[in-house]
Design a protein around this ligand. Structure first.
Ligand SMILES: Cc1ncc(COP(=O)(O)O)c(C=O)c1O
Length: 402
């Protein structure tokens, strides 16, 4: 007997979505993909991590395979607290909750903070995963524009005033200040200070997603959490600096929020992975974590340089793109009338190169049609010029066909 599962699922359940179709296209064999925001597995120090894992199992076998306390082990939160303190970010162990990656940290904070009918502010464009999470909540999402200096503080101030006139007080602002996904842009220091000033004035909680914060060049800028400890919830992850397969991240919020989150967690996974916590700390003690971060930074710097050089060489003259100082991404704006989403199937089939169309990253899908995200984290330096040249060929021919 068959079951009509489609009829059994509520019609407002999240669909597989356009992104499923896009990713199917991107996963075709032989396609050089600038699409996925994944780390290059060549950067994993797998043999050293294996030795550290064996040592964990030998020395802490039963405990590392047992459930962990719901907020994470106290010693692991102390370790996180010390790591964050080195970056000037205050987070006491009681304010920290260890999670299954930054995605779960965001989801748990949303569950703790959002109520039906709420309004939230996000960057426009922003991280796809955050938009996907927010779609599960009956809330209204407002986009605040991002430019090459990061989130526009002026626009944020205007939006807050406009919303207040409508009697709306947003529950929080979600922002990615460092090497933002998808634009690669970093919030400048004056804008950080202005954002924190506004957040204080308007009593607006800020969720600071730092997924790429350690993957930059030059001196890091102060975290929002460092500038405004009481008003910022900091979301961190080991996915981009260590290994996403470990599913290890954290949130650092006020203790009241941390406690709420731990309570909510009883209805989902109950606790983070014990083994992941043991392994991450063992890899830190053995110097593997910091070594790997250095390797990743170097690899990303080379790939970024190759990408920017190739864009300058092969993109149509009227195209524009961002110049990231770290992270995985650059954000390309095509000249009108090109539509990055409509062109994608053709680019993948004819040129065998892939990207993610910009509209996917906006809370309002009507935006971002001329834009696209290129992720260079997974493409070998030697392949970058050819890949970008093929993109350039596709865009130029679409322009000349208009
Ligand atoms: C901005 C941003 N935040 C959070 C994440 C979540 O990563 P994870 O759940 O693997 O920690 C990602 C991953 O791509 C990201 O780009």
């Amino acid at each position: 007997m068959t079951m009509e599962w489609d009829a059994l699922l509520p019609s407002d359940a999240p669909p597989a979505g356009d992104m499923a179709a896009i990713f199917e296209l991107l996963e075709r064999p032989g396609v050089l993909s600038f699409a996925g925001g994944l780390p290059d597995t060549a950067g994993f120090r797998t043999a050293q991590i294996a030795a550290a894992g064996t040592e964990v199992l030998t020395r802490h076998g039963p405990e590392s395979l047992q459930y962990s306390p719901s907020p994470g082990f106290r010693w692991f939160r102390e370790f996180l607290s010390e790591r964050l303190a080195r970056r000037g970010i205050p987070a006491a162990p009681a304010e920290l909750v260890v999670t299954a990656g930054g995605s779960q940290a965001f989801d748990l904070v949303c569950r703790a903070m959002l109520r039906p009918g709420d309004h939230v502010l996000v960057e426009a464009p922003t991280f796809l995963g955050a938009l996907a999470t927010l779609r599960l909540f009956p809330v209204t999402v407002h986009g605040v524009p991002v430019d090459d200096k990061g989130l526009s503080a002026d626009q944020l101030a205007d939006d807050l005033r406009r919303l207040r006139r409508q009697g709306i007080r947003p529950r929080f602002l979600y922002t990615i200040p460092n090497f933002q996904n998808p634009t690669g842009c970093t919030l400048t220091e004056p804008r950080r200070r202005e954002l924190v000033r506004l957040a204080t004035e308007w009593e607006l909680p800020v969720l600071e997603d730092d997924a790429y914060g350690e993957l930059g060049e030059g001196a890091p800028l102060p975290a929002l959490k460092a500038l405004h400890p009481a008003g910022v919830v900091f979301l961190g992850t080991f996915s981009k600096i260590f290994a996403p397969g470990l599913r290890l991240g954290w949130l650092a919020g006020p203790p009241e929020l941390a406690q709420r989150v731990v309570g909510i967690r009883q209805s989902t996974d109950q606790c983070p992975s014990s083994f992941a916590q043991f392994l991450a700390r063992a890899c830190d003690t053995a110097g593997i974590l910091d070594g790997q971060i250095e390797d990743i930074r170097t690899a990303l710097r080379r790939r970024r340089t190759a990408t920017l050089d190739a864009l300058a060489r092969y993109m149509p003259e009227e195209a524009r793109w961002t110049r990231p100082d770290g992270g995985y991404y650059t954000w390309v704006t095509l000249p009108p009338p090109l539509d990055a989403g409509k062109l994608l199937p053709h680019v993948v089939m004819q040129q065998r190169v892939a990207y993610v169309p910009g509209a996917a990253f906006y809370p309002k899908p009507a935006d971002g049609h001329r834009q696209l995200r290129l992720s260079y984290s997974l493409v070998e330096v030697a392949q970058i010029p050819d890949g970008i040249a093929r993109l350039g060929t596709a865009f130029r021919s679409a322009l000349s066909a208009r």
